[in-house]
Design a protein around this ligand. Structure first.
Ligand code: GLN
Length: 458
């Protein structure tokens, strides 16, 4: 590492990252900066190195933290008003592991409030702008994290991916974004959104960097009973030979994405990979299934924000009902409310069987369809989203068209599979294009190795 070799210092790296963060202030990447604590930690690391003491694998590496991870530095807002003054007494397991390895959080990155969205326009603090074109969205919900890495402010950023929130903004900004197998990294200390789907993951500039971050943060955690027994790095890797593509997944794609997809497939063929075309008819139900299960879980997770336990409480309260009602009404963004209402509707008696139960049954079929697909191929290659970054404001008044943007990213979340967004070029106007590699559960390290391999072979 550069710091341990004394070619630079942690303080210099953190100062540089903070300066860049300020230079790009108009992109609206950070909700808050962590200047004092970051510089203090950098100094401690430099002192340790001077004394010849051992430092971690990420010593002095500045990073951006999506603002839905809890840690005592600053406030955790989840880009919402209802949590705005919330100061956490605990540290998320993932953050603790990164910090123990010497990484330095320079700030908290903007997101769609409570991670509901695909553009970061649902943030209470206003939207983050795309790194390639300021008139366009950063993608979401982890827009701030993606742009922080794309503009080279930090080496990596944390994110959460429930239905594409790491992969889609990664592909909108030309960086790598990884959503691991469900349960690989602890969700302890992450603001809960839809618990059976939420995953912690990373944005970085290479699959190798993501591999390092995974080896540091993956692992079973007694504080999160959904974490899997340790597996990351223990599985072997044999060279990938068969790459699956899904029939019909190229329908309705923007021309640039379609061309990039076809070119990537042609390249893989040329390199000797066998391309297997798969019929996966159940995947067309993934989007509606997601938009039933996800809001149902949101409705119950967000019920804890009641004006009593955390942060914001409305003024002019006359009754207990006002404490809940007014605080929630003023504290949540419109999209939060939409999800809570849909969620309560699909869970209500009379509609539960027709919507929620049916969606869970369909989810099982989707899982089975993926399992069958991975008997025929090692990994799948698909686009991340049907369009490159759209214009700011283009879809804000039409929630359904915003949800449609998730059609290619949500299916794998329903099955708990790992997915990596890889940059594959740009449109003529310079907008980033991305594809995703999807693997079987617990193939995470092999998937990243495959991504390294195809990057080298280019
Ligand atoms: N865009 C999706 C949604 O709004 C996914 C969000 C996420 O992954 N956090 O639900």
């Amino acid at each position: 590492m550069k710091i341990a070799n004394k070619t630079t210092s942690a303080v210099a790296l953190v100062k540089e990252a903070l300066e860049k963060a300020k230079k790009y202030e108009d992109y609206h990447i950070f909700v808050s900066l962590n200047e004092e604590a970051a510089l203090k930690k950098a100094k401690e690391i430099d002192d340790k190195i001077k004394k010849g003491e051992e430092v971690g694998a990420l010593a002095g590496v500045p990073y951006a933290c999506k603002d839905n991870f809890l840690s005592p530095e600053g406030n955790t807002t989840a880009s919402s008003k209802i949590l705005e003054p919330f100061h956490s007494p605990i540290t998320a397991t993932a953050i603790k592991k990164l910090e123990d390895a010497g990484a330095i959080m320079i700030g908290r990155a903007n997101l769609d409030s409570f991670a509901h969205g695909s553009s970061t326009e649902n943030s209470y603090f206003g939207p983050t702008k795309n790194s390639k074109d300021k008139t366009r969205v950063a993608g979401g919900s982890s827009g701030g994290s993606a742009v922080a890495v794309a503009l080279d402010i930090v080496e990596f950023a944390t994110g959460t991916d429930t239905g594409g929130s790491i992969r889609q903004p990664a592909s909108f900004n030309g960086v790598y974004g990884f959503k691991p197998t469900y349960g690989t990294i602890s969700r302890y200390g992450v603001v809960a959104m839809a618990s059976s789907l939420d995953c912690v993951g990373f944005f970085a500039k290479s699959p190798e960097d993501i591999d390092l971050l995974m080896s540091i943060t993956a692992g079973q955690d007694e504080n999160d009973m959904t974490t899997l027994p340790d597996f990351y790095g223990q599985e072997g890797y044999s060279r990938t030979s068969k790459v699956g593509i899904i029939k019909g997944f190229d329908q309705g794609l923007n021309d640039d994405i379609k061309n990039a997809y076809e070119q990537e497939i042609a390249k893989l063929k040329e390199k000797g990979y066998e391309i297997v075309e798969l019929d996966m008819p159940t995947l067309k139900y993934a989007l509606p299934v997601y938009y039933i299960i996800q809001p149902a879980e949101v409705a119950s997770n967000l019920s804890r924000h009641d004006g009593v336990r955390y942060g914001f409480r409305a003024e002019n309260i006359e009754s207990l009902a006002d404490v809940y009602g007014k605080s929630r009404s003023e504290g949540f963004m419109p999209e939060n409310k939409r999800r809570i209402m849909i969620g309560n509707f699909v869970l209500s008696s009379g509609f539960y069987d027709a919507y929620y139960l049916k969606a869970q049954q369909a989810r099982t079929l989707i899982i089975k369809e993926y399992d069958a697909a991975f008997e025929k191929c090692d990994f799948l290659l698909t686009p991340v989203s049907p369009n490159p970054a759209f214009k700011l404001g283009e879809k804000t008044s039409d929630p359904l068209s915003m949800y449609m943007e998730d059609v290619l990213s949500v299916p794998l979340n329903l099955a708990g599979l790992p997915g990596l967004a890889i940059p594959v070029g740009e449109t003529a106007e310079g907008l980033s294009l991305g594809l995703q590699i999807v693997g079987p559960r617990r193939s995470d390290k092999a998937l990243l190795a495959f991504a390294s391999q195809i990057k080298e072979e280019k």
